[in-house]
Design a protein around this ligand. Structure first.
Ligand SMILES: NC(=O)c1ccc[n+]([C@@H]2O[C@H](COP(=O)([O-])OP(=O)(O)OC[C@H]3O[C@@H](n4cnc5c(N)ncnc54)[C@H](O)[C@@H]3O)[C@@H](O)[C@H]2O)c1
Length: 349
């Protein structure tokens, strides 16, 4: 049995409880949160025996095999490096860090220490995405020509998830000084991984537009300067030659949390849709190409990230998505920021 520390007991912590709670050989035994009282309350509510008010205290206790890092984006680097220093493997929330420099430092540190290191790109859990990728790799759609990917949320309009005007869990996502790269860093990293992984290709060059819409008086709420981007669009050329259009926004009114990916090739096309709970795959191939007909394809379940992390801990062999993969996504994000600020196409190394 592998025992885990859950660092950060905010919004996403419940998802980790559910994901790891479904495993028979890996479990969360402790939690830590720097907000006074929060870890205690979380532990009591969820039947965890150990709760700490700092990572230092949890490391001093030390009775865990690995950690889930569910702190805010800007805190990932310092806490993950501390865990690596304590010889603990880490399953880090996305984005790995707010910049490629930080992300690669974390990657190098984990690899040098020989520790399992993975990142929670949640939508790898979509069976439809996994099947679409297998079809692309197997040549089912021919040569990829066009990729269209979108991640649509609307929490800047809808109050279904709470009110961003008053809740720190949303406000830090709107503020660069609080370590956020806006929607680009927050869910943009998901859709970039989703698109590149599904297409089995990489970004060669890109041009991006980032928009921060006015939404509060003086563009500020208390300590939070609301200067992080709310929406981005990107056109990219992939290494295989395909043209990609990718967007993410928190202003897609009417959508809670919807990802879509369309991959159009010379012999067919696949479309993936997911809201994180279920996923669907649609295929146009064979005679369907001439008739513009799509059929829904049934897909088997896939190994989820939590399972992959547990397997990596047990085998000692690192799993995917790894820190290195997440650092590569961060490189694209950095390039998108440069592109938007300089109004030019950026070629990735
Ligand atoms: N994979 C996904 O689909 C997904 C979804 C939502 C959020 N996330 C990611 O999860 C992370 C957390 O997001 P959230 O929405 O739960 O944020 P949140 O603000 O609700 O919770 C973060 C928690 O971390 C605690 N914290 C901050 N600094 C700390 C420190 N140094 N030590 C210990 N605890 C500390 C805070 O007190 C808070 O309770 C972010 O990186 C976010 O991008 C991922």
């Amino acid at each position: 049995m592998k025992n885990l520390l859950l660092l950060g007991t905010g919004t996403i912590a419940g998802m980790h409880l559910a994901e790891f709670g479904a495993l028979h050989d890996c479990r969360i035994v402790a939690c830590a949160d720097s907000l006074p009282g929060r870890a205690d309350a979380f532990a009591e509510k969820n039947g965890l025996l150990n709760a700490f008010e700092s990572l230092d205290d949890a490391i001093r206790w030390g009775d865990f095999d690995a950690a889930i890092n569910a702190t805010p984006d800007g805190v990932h680097r310092i806490t993950t490096l501390q865990l690596i220093d304590a010889n603990k493997p880490v399953f880090c929330e996305k984005p790995l860090a707010p910049s490629f420099g930080d992300a690669i430092e974390m990657t190098d540190a984990a690899e040098k220490a020989g520790l399992v290191n993975m990142v929670n790109f949640t939508y790898r859990n979509s069976p439809a995405l996994q099947m679409a990728r297998q079809m692309v790799i197997g040549g089912a759609i021919g040569t990829l020509r066009h990729v269209e990917a979108a991640y649509r949320q609307s929490w800047l309009v809808s109050k279904a998830w709470g009110d961003w005007r008053t809740e720190p869990g949303w406000l830090w996502r709107l503020s660069r000084a609080h370590g956020s790269n806006g929607v680009l860093g927050d869910v943009g990293v998901h859709i970039l991984d989703f698109a590149c992984y599904g297409a089995n290709d990489e970004v060669a060059s890109l041009r991006a537009d980032l928009v921060t819409f006015p939404k509060a008086e003086g563009d500020r709420v208390g300590d939070y300067a609301l200067d992080a981007n709310d929406s981005f669009s990107m056109t990219a050329r992939l290494k295989g030659g395909a043209l990609a259009t990718i967007l993410a926004t928190r202003y897609a009114t009417g959508h809670a949390n919807d990802l879509s990916l369309a991959l159009h090739g010379t012999q067919g096309a696949v479309k993936v849709e997911t809201d994180g709970r279920s996923s669907q795959l649609f295929v146009s191939s064979g005679k369907g190409v001439d008739a513009h007909r799509w059929r829904r394809k049934n897909v088997p379940p896939t190994r989820r990230n939590a399972r992959a992390f547990a397997d990596a801990l047990i085998s000692g062999v690192n799993g995917e998505p790894s820190f290195r993969r997440a650092a590569e996504m961060q490189r694209i994000i950095d390039a998108a920021i440069v592109s938007a600020e300089s109004d030019r196409t950026v070629v990735l190394a």
